[in-house]
Design a protein around this ligand. Structure first.
Ligand code: MF3
Ligand code: CO
Length: 256
């Protein structure tokens, strides 16, 4: 069932998503060679409580294995759901930071991938194309369109650039739960559920883009998704609302 949010509910979701955006900005500012992914997680957790919110991911248990941390930190060949640890970031790494909070009963969820210091042009292109594919998808998030319009826009942006979209994970509806209907895949196949978009829907759109094959493996920690070929992967995510004026990006940092 797809929930429709009232303007008042979207206002609370905007606040939750702004908290996520502020914390992601602080995390990006803290990224440097030598910092451990656990230190980033601790920073995210401290800021979350300071802002009157709660971490969305810690304790989350969709299957057999509970997610133990607040933040997902996915480095290089890791696609999503990397678990913070004593691992240190190195110059030349790319690092995906995926973070969510719950605030006054509503979730916000957003992710970015950044380079740790200078990286080759091809790697910058992977980051840019992944971000562009997210914005191409968001532009299609209008009442009257369908989920497939978002999916196609993401996929076309990625494949035109010679990269591949991950098909084993998708974006999702968001609201009083982190994961709501509908699923928001980053590719389109005939026969997949394809609901029409309506004003008041809120979606987390989150392309995961691989340099090489779209295939992935899950590590023995039960969470970390890595590319099957060991090549790089990038991830960007925004929480958005569909309004009468088109898409509103709830998790884009507003000028403060
Ligand atoms: N942004 C990711 C998602 O929407 C984060 C989930 S991590 C988890 O699925 F631990 F909460 F699963
Ligand atoms: Co998400």
């Amino acid at each position: 069932m797809i929930t429709i949010k009232t303007p008042a509910e979207i206002a609370v979701m905007r606040k939750a998503s702004q908290i996520v955006a502020e914390i992601l900005a602080a995390l990006v500012a803290a990224v440097r060679p030598g910092i451990t992914t656990e230190e980033l997680d601790q920073l995210a957790e401290d800021l979350t409580y300071k802002k009157g919110a709660k971490p969305a991911f810690k304790g989350y248990k969709p299957g057999d294995v509970v997610y133990p941390k607040c933040l997902c930190v996915s480095i290089n060949n890791e696609i999503v759901h990397g678990i913070p640890s004593s691992r240190k970031l190195k110059a030349g790494d790319i690092v995906g930071l995926d973070f969510g909070v719950v605030y006054e009963g509503f979730y916000g969820d957003s992710a970015r991938t950044v380079a740790v210091g200078p990286v080759p042009e091809r790697v910058t292109k992977l980051l840019n194309v992944t971000r562009e594919s997210l914005y191409a998808g968001i532009a299609q998030a209008r009442a009257g369109n369908r989920i497939s319009d978002i999916a196609r826009a993401v996929q076309e942006t990625v494949e035109r650039a010679g990269f591949s979209v991950v098909t084993d994970f998708a974006g999702h509806g968001i609201g009083r739960r982190l994961h709501e209907d509908p699923q928001v895949p980053n590719y389109f196949r005939l026969g997949m559920p394809n609901p029409r978009l309506r004003e008041g829907m809120a979606l987390a759109i989150e392309p995961m883009v691989n340099e090489g094959t779209p295939d992935l493996e899950i590590l023995s920690d039960g969470w970390t998704a890595v590319t099957a070929d060991g090549k790089l992967s990038a991830h960007f995510e925004h929480s958005i609302a569909i309004t009468s004026n088109g898409p509103e990006i709830l998790s884009e940092l507003e000028n403060v």
